[in-house]
Design a protein around this ligand. Structure first.
Ligand SMILES: Nc1nc2c(ncn2[C@@H]2O[C@H](COP(=O)(O)OP(=O)(O)OP(=O)(O)O)[C@@H](O)[C@H]2O)c(=O)[nH]1
Ligand SMILES: [Mg+2]
Length: 352
């Protein structure tokens, strides 16, 4: 999973990035235009438990990669994306729009005031315009070449959708059309969530920046964080973090909250593989077929897929060993079309 963090200058992207990833990238570094990249492991007690049983050489957690974009120096105040940013975001699986909701007279908002509703709308428009320009060029090209084919029809539909002010993520398309659009890597087609970055004065208050309304209006999900406070706490020694979180009323760790939120929003689940070499969690979307889950591990396993030996994690733990799970009839042989469930332990049989 690769997540791109976007938003207005000084909205707190790097602060939130540090809070979630535990990195220590420079914040308030208005001059530094390099993107920050970090990978975090998705904590999964099932992996720990299985590692205790299999004693593998290696245990591997699912990973989230974060890319923290910095708006170009000297760009228009209401623009957040330049070509460098677009390149970095191309293969992101999801976007997080960090929206400023904190007041601080020492931190200037590029549009000179704190107004989440305006920022949410502006960024939505920027994403849509970026896609629109690509679509227009491509349509022109197809017209010139007299290729009014399926791609042309589809892009025309996309264009009309954008013209009505809608992001491509809300366009109704089938699987085949989705494949057709994939190579364009349209930004407004990517799943996106809002991250409200609040000041600490917002703790315990109900929607102080009226961001929930803005989120609902654009049909976007909202996760609320106190970025700066979270970052400061995340940099404390581990033993002290819990006590501070309690005292400040911060609730669960921001990293965990974010991961949980993203998994739910994106419909992600994990399946597990376990053996002596490695115990590992893999991230897939809900509804993924066994053959495609195999492809997440290796394209050869997908190509030569025969079947997947499948046991639910809970059944395995209850049985204690794979042999006992088999005895109890808990281990099934599933075919290509089996829809993998969260916590399935899979062993792929394949032949290439
Ligand atoms: N008071 C307050 N200040 C914050 C908060 N979050 C970020 N800041 C401050 O806002 C300034 C900008 O934060 P960054 O995290 O660098 O923002 P950014 O979005 O990465 O900025 P660019 O990379 O320049 O676009 C820094 O001085 C932060 O300390 C917050 O929740 N409260
Ligand atoms: Mg930054």
């Amino acid at each position: 999973m690769k997540v791109g963090m976007i938003g207005f200058a000084r909205s707190g992207k790097t602060t939130v990035f540090n809070a979630i990833t535990g990195a220590a990238a420079e914040v308030g570094a208005y001059g530094s235009r390099d993107a920050n990249i970090a990978v975090i492991k998705v904590p999964d007690p099932r992996v720990d438990k299985l590692a205790g049983i299999y004693k593998p050489k290696k245990k591997t957690f699912a990973e989230f990669e974060f890319v923290d974009i910095a708006p170009a120096e000297g760009a228009e105040p209401d623009k957040t994306l330049d070509n460098a940013a677009l390149n970095l975001l191309k293969n992101a699986d999801a976007l997080v729009h960090v929206v400023r909701a904190f007041d601080d007279e020492n931190v200037v908002h590029p549009l000179n005031s704190v107004n989440p509703a305006r920022d949410v709308k502006a960024l939505e428009e920027e994403l849509q315009i970026t896609d629109f320009i690509i679509i227009e060029k491509r349509i022109e090209r197809l017209e010139k070449e007299h290729r009014k084919n399926q791609e042309y029809e589809l892009l025309t539909r996309c264009k009309e959708h954008l013209e009505k002010g809608n992001p491509l993520r809300t366009l109704d398309i089938n699987a085949q059309e989705e494949t057709l659009l994939r190579s364009f890597t349209f930004l407004s087609q990517k799943p996106m969530m809002l991250l409200g970055n609040y000041g600490e004065d917002a703790i315990g208050k109900d929607d102080p920046a009226h961001m929930r309304e803005a989120a609902a209006k654009h049909e976007l999900q909202l996760i609320e964080l106190c970025g700066k406070l979270e970052m400061e706490v995340s940099q404390l020694p581990t033993e002290e973090q819990l006590a501070f979180r309690d005292e400040l009323g911060l609730g669960e760790e921001s990293r965990m909250r974010f991961i949980q939120f993203a998994y739910d929003m994106l419909g992600l689940i994990s399946f597990l593989t376990a053996g002596e070499p490695e115990v590992r969690a893999w991230t897939i979307r809900k509804g993924t077929h066994a053959v495609d889950a195999a492809g997440v591990i290796h394209s050869d396993i997908k190509r030569g897929f025969i079947r997947a030996e499948t046991v639910a994690y809970d059944d395995f733990i209850e049985a204690g060993t794979m042999a006992k799970a088999k005895e109890k009839g808990k281990v099934r042989l599933e075919g290509k079309d089996y829809i993998v469930k969260d916590g399935d332990m899979l062993l792929f049989r394949f032949n290439v």
